[in-house]
Design a binder for this molecule. Sequence first.
Ligand SMILES: [Zn+2]
Length: 371
Amino acid sequence: MKKAFVIFLSIVLLFGAVSIAVPATAPTAAAASSSSGGFVGGFAEKLQQAIRSFFNWLLSLFRKAPSPAPEIEVDEPTALPPTQPDVPTSATQTTTESTAICDSEPSSGSTTTTGEAQTLPDMETLVFQPSWEYASFSAIHTDSVKLYHSKATPRKNKTVCVNAGHGTKGGDQQFTLCHPDGSAKVTGGSTAAGATQATAVSGGTTFLDGTPEAEATLSLALLVKEKLLAAGYDVLMIREDDDAQLDNIARTVFANNCADCHIALHYDSSTTDKGLFYCGVPNVASYRNMEPVKSHFEAHTALGEALLQGARAESIKIYSSGRVNIDLTQTSYSTVPSVDLEVGDRASDHGATQQGKIADGIVRGVNAFFG
Ligand SMILES: [Zn+2]
């Protein structure tokens, strides 16, 4: 076998040497002896060129001997888009964009230096990772989200996920499991008690003035984002326009992996302007014994109560005790402190001034929560 290869290589080398020695423009022997000179000569020339190319390729192999294969394989995430992160060129750059994935434990500690803040990009685009816990339960997750880094001093070194409720085109045409263990919902809500599946993202309600809920939750989310950034928090924005192809589970999984808490913003479907409340985890044993609810429902309550405290400090109208127990997809999959905050209803003022007050209340609540 080895012998045959050596013979083959020798023949190729010989042909190659001859091909190189004879200039490409010189008439070949075949061409010269050909009476027609056209077809046969052309063929011979092509053959010679092919042999020359092959020989040159063979030479190039010897010139650039391949380096030995690395022993450590680089673990490259499969879902990253093909673009490489843009490295910020200056600390004052405001439109930096990069692509990253999150650690399962996003940030820790309570202080950081201003120098560290300057090395962070203003914004990173984060891509959904199918390997994340509960990711496989999501039906809609083709969009990425944006992580904004605060440039305020001091930085809080905490990331708040701001989830503008609804705003997923086609979200009500797909269905996801209410609970990761497949069990039925223990309370009613937009999905009835007893159901095991819910719409991936519902369309949301409509204000009495005709404004879609998704539009009002978006304008509020953008206000909350700016105020949190100014207060030193990093902000994970689930949605910043009228369509984010991310269902409730995908949004929750993003928050679980890339944020320290998750605040979903909603307006309720009642028409009495009854006031703000948060959705608490129902006191039903089977539900509270199901993971991840079991390990996290107390943290959800702590966040909800802190947000109520913030809203009260801004004199926001509060509905009853400020807590309504509802079995939600969001909290059924949350592994970070997580709250659905209903900031009003279809009859409520959703203008910029009122939303500014609500946003201030949310920042106060977040401050109270992280203490
Ligand atoms: Zn809603």
